[in-house]
Structure formats: C-alpha cells, structure tokens
Design a protein around this ligand. Structure first.
Ligand code: ZN
Length: 293
C-alpha cells in the first residue's frame, strides 16, 4: 500500500499539480457504511454475477490517512439517506466529520420529505460546500416538488450537488436523464455534478452538460477495467468529453472500489486526452469549483 501511495503522488507530480481534488469519496457514520459494504457484498445477483470486493475496507482514521498519503488535497464525505427521517442526522454527522477533518469539504444530503427546505438552508448557513443526492438508493424522483425550494436555494448559493442519477450499477424507478432534465428545466443554474459520468447513459448526460453551463460530470468508476466491462464509455463521445474539459471532475468512490485507487487515475490517463485535460480534471477544476485557491 505504501508503494501505491507513492505512485499516486508521482501521478500528480508528473502533471505538475500540488495534489488531487477528489469530489467523490465516501465517509459516513460507521453503521451506515457497514450497510453500504453489505450492499456491495451482495451485488453479484443484481449485475449478473459481477462481484464488487471493497479494496479499502479499513477503519475511518486509516482511510483518511491513506487519502492524505495519496496527496489528495480535498475530498468529500458523500453520504445519502435511503428513507425519510435520516438526512438531518447524516448532515449532523457530516458537519462534525468536516470539523475534525479540515481537508474534507463539508458535505450534506437531502431527501424529499417535510422539513427538507429548513435543513438544507441550515446546512448551507453552516457552511456546507457540497451536497450528495442518490436517486437510485433513495428511490425518489429528483423533480419531486418537495425538493423544489431546496434546489432553488442551492442554485442561488452556488453549492454543487453530486448526484447519482444514472442507471448504473442497477437501474431504479427514477434513474436516467429524464427526471434530471426536468429539474434543470426549472433550475438551469443548479450546479449538478453528474456522478459516474451518468453511467450507463453517458451521452444523454453529456448532452445535459452541453446544454447547461453549470452542469458538471464526475469520473467516478468510469473508464476503469471494471466499468468498461459492464458499461463501456462510447469511444465516439470522447471528443465531447474533451470539449467539456473544464467541467469534468475527478471522483473515485474511495473506499468502496473493487480495484486500487491508482487504477482510476490510470484509466483517465489512457484516454489520451492530454496532460492539460488531466490537470484540469484531477486538480484545477475542483480548485476552481470549491474556491480552494
Ligand atoms: Zn459513490
């Protein structure tokens, strides 16, 4: 593992950036994380027998220390509720986690439920820098009218929302581009960061990013050997990805990945979109978006 950290740092050094900004890492209360790992452990039947061994199944402090050894300058605590009545509690945990983890961007989440407008406002006032929404796990319509004031508020405040809304690794009732298009039609300035590049509906989500200048995409799991087997990125869309170079952000899904962290970086490098593109994706775009200076 020590060798891997050195190799990750060499990747950034070669690009000439002071480290990485990873917009999609998971930290959450221990009890919830165990459930998430349980989900991945049981994923085989959902994906036709593909297994998803968690590479970094370690204690929280070791996971934070590892990201630091990788030279990750800033990361997030992506967490999300699967039912009502949970988001406020998760947000309390995430605020406390960010307070004791200065390199973690204060993350919050939301769910269509009574009180959502109030707790989203509270989180923004307390300094939340990024939100996470998970349409597949939450099984809700992101265009649900109960979320409307919250989306409006986040658009106004310019707080990015990393949203898992593509239909991978398994489709949900409200996954796919159509519900997101309805949200953006009402809130065109909302800073949605489409997780996993919208896998597997890559091209539909590229189109949304091309239409709405505040929409961004994160690379999480995309282009790895793992996802290229399950949901390959269409080669014909690479020029469009290059064209959106200032709005693609490194995401890794650390620690819940079935391969080493370095593989995500190599998977981006082998696209051969060039070092300026890699520098923007792995560092500069995140610095810009979160005002890291
Ligand atoms: Zn994730």
């Amino acid at each position: 593992m020590a060798d891997e950290a050195a190799e990750v740092r060499r990747f950034a050094e070669r690009l000439g950036v002071p480290g990485l900004v990873d917009v999609h890492t998971h930290f959450m209360p221990e009890s919830v994380l165990r459930k998430v790992w349980g989900y991945f452990d049981s994923l085989g039947p959902l994906t036709g027998g593909i297994t998803w061994p968690i590479t970094y199944r370690r204690e929280e402090d070791e996971r934070v220390a590892l990201l630091r050894r990788f030279g990750v300058r800033a990361f997030t605590a992506m967490l999300y509720p699967h039912k009502p009545g949970m988001a406020r509690w998760l947000n309390g945990w995430a605020a406390e986690f960010a307070a004791r983890t200065p390199d973690c961007l204060h993350t919050s989440t939301l769910f269509p439920e009574p009180g959502v407008t109030a707790y989203v406002r509270e989180a923004v006032e307390q300094g939340a820098r990024v939100f996470k929404a998970h349409v597949q796990v939450g099984a809700y319509d992101p265009a649900d009218e109960r979320l409307d004031p919250a989306w409006g508020m986040l658009a106004e405040a310019g707080v990015p929302v990393v949203i898992h809304c593509g239909s991978g690794p398994a489709p949900g009732k409200h996954t796919g581009p159509e519900p997101i298009a309805r949200v953006l039609a009402r809130h065109p300035r909302l800073r949605l960061v489409i997780a996993h590049l919208g896998m597997p509906e890559y091209e539909d989500f590229l189109e949304l990013a091309e239409r709405y200048p505040e929409v961004r995409l994160d690379t999480t799991v995309a282009f790895t050997d793992f996802s290229e087997r399950l949901a390959p990125f269409p080669r014909r869309a690479l020029p469009r990805l290059a064209g959106l170079g200032d709005r693609v952000l490194l995401g890794s899904d650390f620690p819940n990945i079935p391969y080493p962290y370095l593989h995500q970086l190599q998977a981006l490098e082998r696209l051969e979109l060039g070092d300026p593109w890699l520098r923007a994706v792995c560092h500069d775009n995140g610095v810009e978006l979160f005002g890291l200076g």
